[in-house]
Ligand binder design. Structure first.
Ligand code: S3P
Length: 447
């Protein structure tokens, strides 16, 4: 439990230099624990993100009867109970700040004949759960108590899960994954039709653990070109496999943008995952004129990874199409900071989903910029940032329990003329423990 807020200030301190390995990918870390817990036998995980969000998933899995143990830094092992094998927990499961942990675990519990109460912090209690509850009810789970589809809620898993075909109304890897995980308990095939492709870590890891899963790319004449139809065959015996978690591109993004906006910087980011459904930020930054070299491209943990050499760069404003949003959904706050330091206007289209993240990130990002002398407007679901190649700074940014707003604001402070303060740095630990020390090792001034 968090106690008092921890304010923090970032100030300009010259160019950044050095190497940094961002912590393990958050999405893969949650999935490795959950699928490990649904497998039969022991899964070893290396490089697990030991942030609060993932630790809460580990605790929930223990409460459901899986053995989850830490054997060294980032080294974990999970002894699974098999698909459908969770035991009823004694107390409410607390997912803290994590939408991913909560929604994926709703899917995991929905396929088991047990009842569990799900809860989280004030931020998570505000976020919509109906998007996952609706398909999970179709599979046969019952929501026993939930105030308007939000936490805290109690879910009774299906006694006889039904395979479904479901097309989520929003592009969401969390919804897709919850349904696929619940569908593991149903006899026959469970299908997700997504109009826009979202991160595919669940599909890849299910295949790796031996599930039968088919992924078809939808053709232009069908609804949603670029979308996918994903079908999993239920009731597999998942075989645990060793998982090596690559560095999280969403976390690496903060040091990357900091190096780009501070002239003279040269930073190497080690082992960053380059899954094509996660690299929208890199595409956008290339279009803006960023100097980012991909070194030592290789495969780790079933994903392409690369070391990225980033140099301080003159950036220009660009238009970011709505279709790119799923591949960079968590990166918009820090992209907006890069856009402030670019010359010209950057337009980011189709940001509706940002309103239901850990905070309303569309409003929060615009406020972050404006409080530091950068002109920004929201029009419908689009964000306009009018870059002038520099930012005044001097603002105090309200982070609203949102780790990514906090880190983006600190990056802003490293490049601004005046220091930038945030009201609370404590939520950074949900996704990037060690952020402050890692950035200091590159030369950042945080106090
Ligand atoms: C995630 C999916 C995304 C992303 C989140 C992680 C995942 O959420 O914002 O940080 O691991 O599946 P949505 O599915 O709500 O877009």
């Amino acid at each position: 439990m968090r106690t008092t807020p921890r304010p923090l200030t970032a100030r300009r301190n010259g160019a950044l230099h050095g190497r940094l390995r961002a912590p393990g990918d958050m999405s893969i870390s949650h999935r490795a624990l959950i699928l490990g817990a649904l497998a039969v036998g022991e899964a070893r995980i290396a490089g697990l993100l030991e942030g609060e969000d993932v630790i809460n998933t580990a605790k929930a899995l223990r409460a459901l009867g899986a053995r989850v143990e830490r054997c060294g830094q980032g080294e974990w092992y999970v002894r699974g109970v098999g698909v459908g094998g969770f035991a009823e927990p004694q107390a409410a499961l607390d997912f803290g700040n994590s939408g991913t942990g909560c929604r994926l675990m709703l899917g995991a519990v929905a396929g088991c004949p047990i009842t569990a109460t799900f809860d989280g912090d004030a931020s998570l209690r505000r976020r919509p759960m109906q998007r996952v509850l609706e398909p999970l009810e179709r599979i046969g789970a019952r929501v026993l108590a939930a105030g308007d589809g939000r936490l805290p809620l109690t879910l009774a898993g299906a006694r006889e899960p039904i395979p479904v075909v479901f097309a989520p109304a929003v592009p969401s890897a969390q919804v897709k994954s919850a349904v696929l995980i619940a569908g593991l308990s149903a006899p026959g095939e469970t299908t997700i039709v997504e109009a826009q492709a979202t991160r595919d870590h669940t599909e890849k890891m299910l295949a790796y653990f031996g599930a039968q899963i088919r992924v078809e790319v939808l053709q232009a004449e069908m609804a949603g070109a670029g979308g996918r139809r994903i079908t999993v065959t239920g009731q597999p015996e998942l075989e645990p496999q060793p998982v090596a978690v690559p560095a999280d591109p969403s976390s690496a993004a903060f040091a990357l943008v900091a190096a780009l906006i501070i002239p003279g910087s040269e930073v190497i980011l080690d082992g960053v995952m380059m899954n094509p459904l996660r690299t929208g930020l890199f595409t956008t930054l290339f279009e803006m004129g960023a100097t980012i070299e991909r070194l030592a491209i290789r495969r780790e943990g079933g994903e392409e990874v690369a070391d990225l050499r980033v140099r301080g760069s003159a950036l220009r404003g660009v238009e970011v199409p709505a279709a790119r949003a799923p591949s960079m959904i968590d990166e918009y706050p820090v992209l907006a900071v890069a856009a402030a330091f670019a010359e010209g206007t950057t337009v980011m289209r189709g940001l509706k989903e940002l309103r239901v993240k850990e905070s309303d990130r569309l409003t929060g990002t615009a406020a972050l910029l404006r409080s530091n002398g950068v002109e920004a407007d929201i029009s419908g679901d689009d964000l306009y940032v009018h870059g002038k190649g520099r930012a005044l700074g001097g603002g105090l940014v309200a982070t609203h329990m949102d780790h990514r707003i906090a880190m983006a604001a600190l990056v802003m402070g490293l490049g601004s003329e005046q220091p930038v303060a945030i009201d609370d740095a404590s939520f950074i630990a949900t996704s990037f423990p060690g952020f402050v020390d890692s950035m200091r090792s590159l030369g950042a001034d945080f106090s």
